[in-house]
Write a protein that binds this ligand. Structure first.
Ligand code: ZN
Ligand code: ZN
Length: 782
């Protein structure tokens, strides 16, 4: 932040024009400025425009100086100030109207930042449950410090007329609060009350109105085992009683979601503690204004007297995604139901979350017994964000509601505006204007028309919101990704293809505000490699301009391509065949379980037909998970690897040895790990020990590879002397592997960069692409 202070000349009057940029709209910034100016007896005004907040202030020189000094320091809690610039202008004196006012918003430039949505604050929550308050049980209570933002904003500047609250004229009481600088609701754009605000209603599955109190009615449906569609901030959710196994099973079959975990809402932190182990950082995240789903270890001792969350919510999982209520409706449901409830995106399988009222009845009607809806329109989708805690720090898994569209500041600003289109799974896009990279909310797996439409609409909305007309477009080199096809179809732009794992490492650099070079370890499922094989266990020496592949896992065939992703036992077959040179030992359970197809799959792997070579760390995890007996098939990405992590005994210190061999690039011998796993499995060593030794062994091999690169053992000595390692890729959501790799690297004196603001998985790819494309464009004219 740069803050120029205009020097005072004695006590004579002065006038300054101040511009404040950052998250300064919809967070109570103008009332704050107003109060500060009045306290210092200044005259002038404050207003919003497309770039942020503009101020003119006049008064005694020392007061004007003090105003500038204090302005950034006491800003409202939700404000994020990027820059303050000050210009001295002629004093108006007599001609200046007395007092300080808030003036109407001006449009211009569209450079402002839009705030993410904010969970109901403590003051509003108190009002919600206070019978003497006029907003008692009002499902839309909000104030300057909380409430909907991004999801209701149609345009900037952020004013009520540019939101979906435009159709709700304020009543006299609300207008009085809105206009009173001393009130918590002063210029709170979504302010409303039972007399003037949106109305909550309960509908049956066909959309017919149900009489009576809508919350009580919805709770009755939940209690009877029914599914309720609940209109939330960024879309419709599906809710069921999380203590009712039959209800959860019904939800699973209707949503066609076999065993992917659901998240639950609990009333407060105390309730979360009854279900899960909640550490300090987890508690901070649970109660934070962003209110993400926090994935927590379940308590082994299900607390007595507390209704248990049934196993069907998270089949086979030792962990549970927990979230506290973040809208008044969620609070009312939690209080009235008095037990945890499942809250999952309102969609079928992996489609985008439903957010329009018309679509809701059409697409969700067959899945629910009732709809809990209202007439405040959702303008932009935002699914719930998901975070995990590892090493006492937040790691985003899905960055969406509550976080988007907060920008990441790039160390190397873009010369021209950039659009980065992301990859395929967990898709996001990213727009860059100058030094700010606006990462979209989670769009979903870009594999269907519905998701593609959501992606395209999202880009259009962001372009309008941030006034960006991209001239440089970054994309994944994979020709079949819909995001690549979208990019390649654009006209009049410069295209930049950014290799998948380079983008991963660049995303880690970008969120840290660094430019490299670093040694980057990118472990993930699979991405299009520069040599035509599928990469995913890569060590790169990378900066924002480019990369050298200095080490990687040894490549093995992926028998049947995508089939091998769904059936980890196929990877076990391929790895065993490679590790034992065609004569894998007898007696392995994985082979017996899949005896019918085993030989054919091995033959497919050897033939190379439909069996691309891959150096993927995710596929190595799959193979080991199948050999250890975690699972042979998966219904969602990363399921087998997550299972292997869960099985591991974190106290186990033993590690399998894997060679790191010189070649064109260093080769990490994953097959060494597989042979060691097999030996222990055949010896009857406990699965928890085998899993842990595998994690420890892979981590040690990655650390060894980094150390060799630093010593100059990489191709052409690339990376020689580098002391920083960046870790990225979806595999680093694995807390055990992450902690082992970080620990090993730090022991060897490396500085380690990990993800804390954007996901290590493909949800962060667009940020990395954007940073690379911005650096490419900044490198010079072409
Ligand atoms: Zn509030
Ligand atoms: Zn009102």
């Amino acid at each position: 932040m740069s803050s120029g202070e205009v020097a005072g000349r004695g006590g004579g009057p002065e006038r300054v024009r101040i511009r404040v940029e950052g998250i300064v709209q919809g967070v109570g910034f103008r009332p704050y400025v107003h109060a500060l100016a009045r306290r210092l007896a200044l005259s002038g005004w404050v207003g919003n425009d497309g770039r942020g907040v503009f101020i003119e202030a006049e008064g005694a020189a020392e007061d004007v100086a003090r105003f500038q000094r204090e302005l950034p320091g006491q800003a409202p809690p939700l404000a994020v100030i990027d820059r303050i610039s000050v210009t001295a202008i002629p004093v108006l004196g007599e001609r200046c109207a007395r007092g300080f006012g808030i003036v109407p918003s001006r449009d211009g430039g569209r450079r402002t930042l839009v705030s993410p949505d904010v969970a109901t604050c403590a003051d509003c929550l108190a009002e919600l449950f206070d019978p003497s308050c006029r907003r008692y049980r009002h499902p839309f209570v909000n104030c300057t410090n909380c409430g909907p933002r991004y999801t209701i904003v149609r345009d900037v500047p952020y004013d009520r007329v540019a939101t979906t609250m435009a159709s709700f004229p304020m009543c006299r009481a609300c207008a009085a609060e809105y206009g009173d600088p001393g009130d918590r609701r002063f210029h709170a754009q979504p302010v409303c009350c039972p007399r003037c605000g949106p109305v909550l209603r309960l509908l049956d599955g066909r959309g017919g109105e149900v009489a009576g109190d809508p919350v009580a009615g919805a709770v009755a449906v939940l209690r009877s085992g029914g599914v309720v569609a609940v209109k939330g901030l960024g879309g419709y959710h599906l809710a069921v009683d999380a203590t009712d196994a039959a209800a959860v099973a019904v939800l699973r079959s209707r949503k066609r979601r076999e065993d992917k975990p659901f998240a639950v809402v609990v009333a407060d932190v105390a309730a979360a503690r009854r279900l899960c182990v909640v550490g300090g950082e987890a508690e901070r995240l649970l109660v934070s204004p962003a209110r993400p789903i926090v994935v927590l270890p379940r308590r082994a001792d299900a607390a007595a007297g507390c209704p248990a969350v049934v196993e069907e919510v998270t089949p086979g999982e030792g962990r549970l995604g927990v979230m506290l209520p973040y809208t008044p409706v969620h609070h009312l449901l939690a209080a009235e139901l008095a037990r945890p409830y499942v809250l999952t995106s309102g969609n079928v399988s992996d489609e985008p979350i439903v957010h329009r009222d018309g679509e809701a009845v059409e697409r969700l009607g067959a899945m629910v017994e009732a709809f809990l809806v209202h007439d405040r329109e959702i303008h932009a989708r935002a699914e719930d964000s998901v975070v995990v805690v590892a090493g006492g720090r937040e790691i985003p898994v899905r960055r969406s509601r509550g976080y988007a569209p907060l920008p990441v500041r790039l160390a190397r600003p873009a010369r021209r505006a950039v659009l980065a289109c992301g990859a395929e799974l967990k898709s996001t896009f990213c727009l860059v204007r100058g030094e700010r990279a606006f990462l979209s909310p989670h769009v979903g797996d870009l594999e269907s028309y519905e998701t593609l439409r959501s992606f395209v609409e999202g880009i259009a909305h962001f372009r309008r919101l941030f006034g960006v007309d991209p001239r440089v477009v970054a994309h994944d080199p994979h020709p079949e990704y819909l995001s690549s096809k979208y990019a390649l179809d654009l006209e009049g732009v410069d295209l930049v293809a950014v290799q998948h794992h380079h983008a991963h490492i660049a995303s880690c650099l970008a969120e840290a505000g660094e430019v490299g070079p670093v040694i980057g370890v990118a472990f993930d499922g699979t991405g299009f490699g520069a040599d035509g094989t599928l990469w995913g266990g890569e060590v790169l020496v990378a900066d924002l301009e480019g990369f050298t592949r200095v080490a990687h896992l040894g490549a093995v065939p992926m028998p049947g391509g995508a089939a091998a992703v769904r059936q980890p036992w196929r990877m076990a077959a391929a790895y065993l065949d490679a590790a034992f040179a065609g004569s894998a030992p007898e007696g392995l359970a994985v082979r017996e379980r899949n005896a019918g197809l085993w030989d054919r799959v091995v033959a497919v792997a050897r033939s190379g037909v439909g069996s691309p070579l891959t150096s993927s760390a995710g596929r190595l995890f799959d193979a080991v998970a199948a050999i250890v007996g975690v699972r042979d098939g998966v219904t969602f990405e990363g399921q087998a690897a997550a299972g292997l992590e869960r099985w591991s005994d974190p106290a186990e210190e033993g590690a399998y040895a894997a060679r790191v061999e010189a070649g064109r690039a260093l080769v990490i011998r994953g097959d060494d790990l597989v042979r060691a796993v097999v030996a222990d499995v055949l010896d009857g060593v406990d699965g928890a020990v085998v899993s842990a030794r595998f994690h420890n062994g892979l981590a040690a091999a990655a650390v060894a590879a980094c150390a060799l690169v630093r010593e100059g053992a990489g191709p052409s000595g690339a990376g020689s002397g580098l002391g920083t390692v960046a870790l990225s890729g979806g595999v680093f959501q694995n807390g055990l592997l992450l902690s082992r790799v970080v620990g090993g690297l730090e022991e060897r004196g490396f500085r380690v960069l990990t993800h804390h603001r954007v996901p290590p998985n493909d949800g962060g790819i667009s940020l990395g692409q954007a940073a690379v494309a911005a650096a490419w464009d900044a490198a010079g004219p072409r």
